[in-house]
Design a protein around this ligand. Structure first.
Ligand code: ZN
Length: 232
């Protein structure tokens, strides 16, 4: 997922919906240092690549290869100025995603969170690598935010998502954890969890916004499919 870097606090629609986005191209700049020195950039699958519509298989092996995949995905995501990336986006249909919402030093966190029932500083949860995610929507408001997606370069639109979620997942060692969070973190989890099920942000985008980018979405799909045909 890519996102806008500031939040607009204007309310829109009904009482249960608000809009908090404001800027075009809402990318948080990622820390420059890679998580692992050997991390590699991976090609990001663009819309029209069949794997983006595949539901991911569960992760069953928690080995160095999985840690390497996480490191490569984080490196790839940061290089593309994203804040989340799912395995489907690097060509692997797995229940697996990474998120890093680390902002600029001194910038206020855009969410609060607990890990395994204890409050934690948001930055300590980052980067997050989550296998076999289960997402439970917790009762709260829905809010609109202008999302982007690294598989749809340059295309954005408002998406309504729930404010608060509970995420259960396996870490890279196969240990089970539970995060309860809100705000941008909860949104990013919902976006990446969708990818793991083959669901894309255009499926949830507000209809007027989708209409505005529909031609470009179709064009992207055609270009991706043409490129894939050239490769086979
Ligand atoms: Zn995405």
């Amino acid at each position: 997922m890519s996102h806008r870097s500031e939040i607009r606090a204007t309310r829109r629609h009904t009482l249960s919906r608000s809009t908090r986005s404001g800027l075009k191209n809402f990318c948080l700049l990622a820390p420059a240092a890679p998580l692992f020195s050997a991390a590699m950039l991976l090609p990001i699958c663009k819309f029209g690549t069949p794997v983006l519509r595949q539901k991911g298989e569960p992760v069953t092996t928690f080995d160095p290869a999985l840690s390497e995949l996480a490191a490569n995905m984080l490196e790839t995501m940061r290089a593309a100025h994203g804040i989340g990336l799912a395995a489907q986006q690097v060509g692997k249909a797995l229940q697996f995603f990474v998120i890093d919402l680390t902002g600029k030093p001194g910038s206020p966190p855009e969410f609060s969170a607990t890990l395994d029932g204890k409050s934690v500083l948001p930055d300590l949860l980052m980067p997050l690598a989550a296998a076999n995610p289960e997402v439970e929507i917790l009762p709260d408001d829905e809010w609109l935010y202008e999302e982007g997606c690294l598989s749809f370069p340059g295309l954005t639109g408002d998406v309504a998502r729930c404010e608060k979620v509970r995420l259960r997942y396996h870490d890279l060692k196969g240990e089970r954890h539970e995060i309860v969070c809100d705000g941008l973190f909860a949104r990013c989890i919902q976006h990446e969890f969708d990818h793991c099920q083959g669901v894309l942000f255009i499926d949830r985008m507000e209809k007027p916004d989708l209409m505005k980018i529909q031609t470009k979405v179709k064009q992207l799909k055609r270009e991706t499919q043409a490129r894939l045909r050239e490769l086979t």
